[in-house]
Design a protein around this ligand. Structure first.
Ligand code: HQG
Length: 180
């Protein structure tokens, strides 16, 4: 993806996950925005978006961050929200083991309190260790924690799978975490 598309993709993440009010956009309860309205409000702020550009971002996003509904009228982020939206996800049985990448400087606090969603709606977990390492490296020197998802699920904790393959949990108590 070109640099200009990456910056437009980051803009979409900002307004569809965190701050729609920044451009006066409204999302419905399920996180959908009207695509035409989004394009208009963005251009009012000097961000040149067209339907074609948005569709290119949606289809080439490495993590499939966004989805356009079948009518082509609405767009939303698949996960990663800090604002409260109902993605309509149903609880799923997770793989036995999941991974969470974080920075080594957070490890002591995580040992103490477990994984907390912080600003986001969920804690993000990966089925692949390599993905988790990349996520952790965004924050600094990475460390990958192993989540005992089988026990956690058996004990009644819910797991959700986002449309783009990210495992989500409300929190992960310390007893289900293994540190390398
Ligand atoms: C850490 C990207 C101290 C947590 C990625 C993480 C992901 C704690 C940071 C998605 C803690 C939050 C999400 C505790 C958790 N004490 N630190 N008790 N509990 N943390 O960015 O998981 O590119 O909100 O380990 O691919 O890094 O945006 O979450 O380091 O899927 O599409 O607090 O963002 O996707 O950081 O990343 P974040 P994350 P996109």
């Amino acid at each position: 993806m070109s640099e200009s598309l990456v910056s437009k993709s980051k803009f979409l993440s900002l307004v569809l996950r965190h701050k729609p009010e920044e451009i006066g956009l409204s999302l419905d309860a399920e996180g959908w925005a009207e695509l035409d309205q989004l394009i208009q409000l963005a251009s009012d702020k000097g961000i040149a978006l067209t339907r074609e550009l948005v569709l290119e971002i949606v289809s080439t996003s490495d993590k499939k961050r966004f989805v356009v509904d079948p009518t082509g009228e609405r767009i939303r982020a698949n996960q990663g929200h800090s604002i409260k939206v109902d993605l309509g996800l149903t609880p799923q049985q997770p793989p036995g083991t999941l991974f969470h990448g974080t920075a080594t400087r957070f490890a002591a606090s995580i040992r103490e309190s477990g994984l907390l969603p912080g600003a986001r709606q969920h804690v993000h977990l990966s089925s692949a260790e390599t993905t988790a390492r990349d996520v952790g490296a965004r924050h600094g020197s990475p460390v990958v924690l192993i989540v005992n998802a089988v026990d956690m699920h058996r004990d009644g904790h819910e797991f959700f799978l986002s449309a783009n393959g990210v495992w989500l949990a409300n929190a992960v108590p310390p007893r289900y975490l293994r540190f390398p």
